[in-house]
Design a protein around this ligand. Structure first.
Ligand code: FAD
Ligand code: SIN
Length: 494
């Protein structure tokens, strides 16, 4: 298959770019691919919302810039921060025009939410399910364009790169046959890698595929040491972790330890509204002291009706796991949440490989630095989707056709398939290793042994890949291990 523009990923970074480009280039052939169904993505699960300065009364560009830089601890790129913050209102206005139902107060003003690290409330949201509302609106918009072909359940395995130029991507289809899509421009929007850790808020799709593909192809990868843990994921026995939005602390919920004491002020003067890195570290330290695997969120003092109207899904999910948050404490612990680093891109979303762009959680734009400010991720994705669409529009006028390139079309491997037990076993080992790594880092304990341990696991996985049929689960395992190695090496050696 051939196309003008190949987009991999149907979260906010992929969808917003597809819409922007199709609006500008209605005759350009665009193929949009996801390995899952249309909706499945980190985007779909976003809760708190999207940060932006919509007027100069409630907030200001300067305060949003200063909060972002403070959260990034000196590792953000100041030009990127300014660009994203100043372009935010226009991009938000577009999301609204495209049908995103951000909540309003009875007076008709935006119902701004507050989260950690923000000096004022400036987060637009739809109840506690902003991501779902965004995905719905974007997918609905996508239908307007006849020049976008949307393919689900296609798994990208590798980029086709020669002499630092990207010519397209290899895929596995549902029947695990391999084939290629050649493209003038390839745009990676494959999201994050939370599945690398045993405790995560991310869904199963977040396996670092795009990052690993770009790294294998020789793209510059940046700031992988900075993995963000979210302080409050719900932990109950035998259930996957579920995020309890930071907006709940913005709304007044307290964090308390095993003695029933509020403890965050011991670690930071901003208490429950300090940035995520500070609160996660404080929780790890409290957990170490108590020997327990959790602390608790306390909402019992909050007004019932207001809670019900702002956090209906949190209330429901807690209820499903046997917790009545109006009367009971919510057990929570930190969990891997967001990959701050990624494939290095410039201000237009271009990677170090020609004709290859990246955006969203798989990319490193310089916005986040060592730690991401809450609700700046969805914002970054929409701002960079717009910048990339402008750049790709100009670039397409130069690439008249795909340079001649020979790829064998379809191939079926005759090699044996690795058992799912073996894959799950290695996956669990890797995830546990990475959680221990992060815990040791937070508690300032030794990290040296982890480099050798991850190398051993990665070489086992690579040997399996050589000897067996390339299935999606085997590729994902390898991508996760490569991502883990990038995180560890960047932490230890950069
Ligand atoms: P995703 O939305 O993750 O999309 C990735 C896409 O790539 C998916 O379609 C996936 O199927 C596809 N894909 C991946 N690999 C392949 C492959 N090999 N082949 C083909 N397709 C592939 N941020 C905020 O700013 N505000 C919030 O309130 C917020 N809340 C969050 C709550 C939760 C529970 C989580 C997990 C994250 C939250 N975040 C929030 C972070 C934010 O949601 C993500 O960073 C953002 O949605 C990432 O968007 P994306 O388009 O880059 O990737
Ligand atoms: C949350 O709602 O707590 C998550 C927000 C984010 O990841 O920015």
């Amino acid at each position: 298959m051939q196309t003008d523009v190949l987009i991999i990923g149907s979260g906010i970074a992929g969808l917003a770019f597809a819409i922007k480009l199709a609006e500008r280039k209605p005759k350009t052939d665009i193929v949009l691919v996801t390995k899952a169904d249309r909706f499945e993505s980190n985007t779909k699960y976003a809760q708190g919302g999207i940060a932006a300065v919509m007027d100069n009364i409630h907030s200001s560009f300067e305060s949003h810039i200063s909060d972002t830089l403070k959260a990034g601890k000196g590792f953000s790129n100041i030009q990127t921060v300014r660009m994203v913050v100043e372009k935010a209102p226009k991009r938000l206005q577009e999301l609204i025009t495209w049908g995103t139902p951000f909540d309003k107060t009875p007076d008709g003003d935006w119902d701004y939410g507050l989260e950690g690290g923000h000096s004022v409330a400036r987060i637009l949201h739809h109840k506690d399910q902003t991501g779902l509302a965004l995905e719905k609106a974007l997918l609905q918009q996508l239908r307007r364009f006849k020049n976008i072909r949307f393919q689900t359940e296609l798994f990208a395995t590798d980029l086709i790169v020669q002499d630092k130029h990207c010519y397209g991507t290899r895929f596995l289809d549902k029947n695990e046959q391999t084939f290629s899509i050649l493209s003038k421009i390839t745009y990676l929007a494959t999201g994050g890698s939370g599945q690398v850790f045993s405790k995560t808020t991310n869904p199963l799709i977040a396996t670092g595929d795009g990052l690993a593909m770009a790294s294998r192809a020789g793209a510059v990868i940046d700031k992988m040491a900075f993995y963000q843990f979210h302080p409050t994921a719900l932990v109950t026995p035998n259930n996957p972790m579920f995020l309890i939005t930071e907006a709940l602390r913005g709304f007044g919920a307290y964090l308390i330890n095993h003695k029933g004491e509020r403890f965050v002020f011991k670690y930071h003067p901003e208490g429950e509204l300090a940035t995520r890195d500070i609160i996660s570290e404080a929780i790890f330290k409290e957990m170490q002291k108590s020997g327990q695997d959790q602390v608790w969120l306390d909402c019992r003092h909050l007004e019932k009706e207001a809670l019900q109207s702002h956090f209906p899904n949190i209330i429901l999910q807690c209820k499903k796991q046997g917790i009545n948050l109006f009367k009971e404490l919510i057990p929570v612990a930190p969990a891997a949440h967001y990959q701050c680093g990624g494939i290095k891109v410039n201000s237009q979303g271009k990677t170090s490989i020609k004709a290859l762009y990246a955006n969203g959680e798989c990319a490193s734009t310089g916005l986040h630095g060592a730690n991401r400010l809450a609700s700046n991720s969805l914002l970054e994705a929409v701002v960079f989707a717009h910048e990339a669409a402008l750049s790709v529009t100009a670039e397409l006028n130069q690439h008249k056709s795909i340079p001649p390139f020979s790829e064998s079309e379809i191939s079926v491997s005759q090699k044996p398939v690795v058992s799912s037990e073996k894959i799950n076993h290695l996956r669990t080992n890797l995830q546990e290793l990475m959680y221990r790594f992060y815990l040791n880092k937070s508690l300032e304990m030794s990290l040296k042994p982890f480099s050798a341990e991850v190398d051993v696991l990665l070489s086992k996985i690579k040997s399996l890949s050589v000897a067996h049929k390339p299935t999606q689960s085997l590729w994902e395992l390898q991508n996760m291990a490569e991502t883990a190695r990038l995180i560890i090496n960047d932490t230890l050696y950069e």
